[in-house]
Write a protein that binds this ligand. Sequence first.
Ligand SMILES: [Fe+2]
Length: 229
Amino acid sequence: MPVAQLDRASDFESEGCRFESCRAHHKGIKMKIIKPFGPSIGKFELKKTTIDKTNNYCDFIMASKTKSRKLDHSNKLIGNVEQQFIITKASFKKILENEIISAIKKYYLQVPGVKVKKVTIDSAWIVCQYAGDFNPPHIHRGNISGVGYLKIPSSISTGKEKGFAGHISFMDGRVSMPRNSPPLVQHRKTFKPKIGNLFIFPSFLMHDVHPFRGEGERRSFSFNAFVDS
Ligand SMILES: [Fe+2]
């Protein structure tokens, strides 16, 4: 079987649930999982007001040719995407900063004894994707990055499109041999984004965004941060 097929078979979020139920059936033996390796991904839900305010900011910029040209971020990003522009520092502070910083602090709680001293947002931008747009595998600048979802076309959310259309995949290249990876060790994790999802991850974690064919806009924002702990 080709490698891609093996990846595909065990890449959905539901796999985690199956693992949970297996564990529940083996209560006789005590077990402590020690998992010191591998990047983790924090999943959060944005407040409705934050989603609305960020969408309003985006609509405001898009309504003005001058503003969208001035804030255009396409030449700094790798994606083959219709529209990408910067969220100014002032707007980020006003709309998103509190929620993002508290998510980053929560994300760091997974490491006992480590406390976040300072978070510096390095950059933030909006990505508006339409049919055929995609983001090839890439990494970010900073220590910690994140992506939040603001609009999702119905062809993605209702699952009408095949495979991973419009999904985001995170890849950990250190484990790439199919024989010893899934399901115990995954080297790829794919999410179907929903409006309000916010993923926080180490900036070095490779990820890509799959294209879709349906009508409408897939809108997200991303950011890079430097975290002192
Ligand atoms: Fe990215």
